[in-house]
Design a protein around this ligand. Structure first.
Ligand code: FES
Length: 105
């Protein structure tokens, strides 16, 4: 299991455990943390799984594909460390990851 810290929309930090191979979006949803709608279910077509990733971990994530980048283009709250959590597979390398759920669009 991989330990991940997730800060919700109220600023409350949750320590969760995620299985390798699931997506970060699934891990956050499975932990019962509110604030991540993930309306499309992980098809990379809604941008409601938007999160901010701790800068130190960005290089450990897979490169952003064009479709993810295009969806984030339209996100009002996009930052340099924005990612769509459904596009991030949980790996052992991500142990200790810190994630903040982005505000609703
Ligand atoms: S869940 Fe829709 S883009 Fe991630």
């Amino acid at each position: 299991m991989v330990n991940i810290s997730v800060t919700d929309l109220d600023g409350v930090e949750h320590d969760i455990e995620a299985e390798v191979g699931m997506s970060l979006m699934e891990a956050i949803k499975d932990a019962g943390i509110d604030g991540l709608a993930a309306i499309c279910g992980g098809c990379c077509s809604c941008a409601t799984c938007h999160v901010y990733i701790a800068a130190s971990m960005l290089e450990k994530l897979p490169e952003q594909e064009d479709d993810e980048d295009e969806l984030l283009e339209d996100a009002e709250h996009r930052e340099d460390n924005s990612r769509l959590s459904c596009q991030i597979p949980v790996t052992e390398e991500l142990d200790g990851l810190q994630v903040i759920i982005a505000p609703d669009e």
